[in-house]
Design a protein around this ligand. Structure first.
Ligand code: GTP
Ligand code: MG
Length: 205
C-alpha cells in the first residue's frame, strides 16, 4: 500500500555577517540567481533573499538576511541576529586583513551575544574567494580552527560558483537530519476585516 506523506514547509532565518567586501552579497546572488556580478553595489544596511529546497516531504525555506559589513551599519546588526536560526560568517580567504577582522571582531561578537538564541544556532564559517587563493593548504587549518570555535567551515568562490549551493544545501540537510525545527516566532496580531455597514447598524443587544 502506498504511504501518503503530508507536505511540510519550514522557514528559518539565516544571517550573513562579516567584513565589508568579502563577497556576502555575491554568495547570495549566486545561490539564488546563479550568476556573478563583478561590480555589485555595497549593501546598504541589509538585503534579503530566499532559498528553497525540498527534501522528501519537507520544504525548507531559508530567509537569508545579507548584512552590510560597513561600520556605519553596525548598530542594526543586533536587530537582525537576535532571532536568527543559522549564523553564517563570511571572510575573504585572499585577504589577511579580513581574516583578522573575522577572528578578532566577528567571531567574538557572535560569541558575546549570550542572551540571544544564538548559542544553539548552527554556525558556519565561509572563506570566500578561493579562486584568489594560491596555497590551498590553509583550508585544512581553517577547517580545524572553525571546528574548535563550533563552526562548520566551507570554502567558496562566488566568482566561479564553487561550494555555494553545496554549503547551503549542507545547512538544509543538517536541519532535516537533526530535526531542528523553526523557532516559534512572536505571535502576530490578527487583523480582522471591518464588519460591513449593515452589521454595524444592527443593534445586537
Ligand atoms: N575573485 C572574486 N571576487 C569576488 C568573489 N566574491 C565577491 N567578489 C568581489 O568582491 C567584491 C565585493 O563583493 P560583495 O559581494 O559586494 O561583498 P559584500 O561582503 O557583500 O560587501 P558589503 O555589502 O560592503 O558588506 C566585488 O567586487 C565582487 O565582485 C569571489 O568569490 N572571487
Ligand atoms: Mg553586500
Amino acid at each position: 500500500m502506498n504511504e501518503i506523506k503530508t507536505q511540510v514547509e519550514r522557514q528559518y532565518k539565516v544571517v550573513l555577517l562579516g567584513p565589508a567586501g568579502v563577497g556576502k552579497t555575491s554568495i547570495l546572488y549566486y545561490l539564488c540567481r546563479h550568476r556573478f556580478d563583478p561590480q555589485p553595489c555595497p549593501t546598504i544596511g541589509a538585503a534579503f533573499m530566499t532559498y528553497k529546497k525540498q527534501i522528501e516531504n519537507i520544504t525548507i525555506r531559508l530567509n537569508i538576511w545579507d548584512l552590510s559589513g560597513d561600520n556605519r551599519f553596525q548598530s542594526i546588526i543586533p536587530l537582525y541576529i537576535r532571532d536568527a536560526e543559522i549564523i553564517v560568517i563570511v571572510y575573504d580567504l585572499s585577504d589577511l586583513h579580513s581574516k583578522l577582522q573575522m577572528e578578532s571582531e566577528w567571531l567574538p561578537y557572535v560569541e558575546s551575544r549570550k542572551h540571544d538564541y544564538l548559542a544553539s544556532a548552527p554556525k558556519y564559517l565561509i572563506g570566500n574567494k578561493t579562486d584568489l587563493l594560491d596555497d590551498k593548504r590553509i583550508l585544512e587549518d581553517m577547517s580545524r580552527f572553525a571546528e574548535r570555535k563550533g563552526y562548520e567551515f566551507w570554502a567558496t568562490s562566488a566568482k566561479f560558483g564553487m561550494g555555494i549551493v553545496e554549503s547551503f544545501n549542507a545547512m538544509v540537510q543538517n536541519l532535516v537530519d537533526n530535526n531542528i525545527l523553526p523557532r516559534e516566532r512572536e505571535k502576530t496580531v490578527q487583523i480582522k476585516p471591518i464588519p460591513n455597514k449593515k452589521s454595524l447598524t444592527r443593534c445586537r443587544c
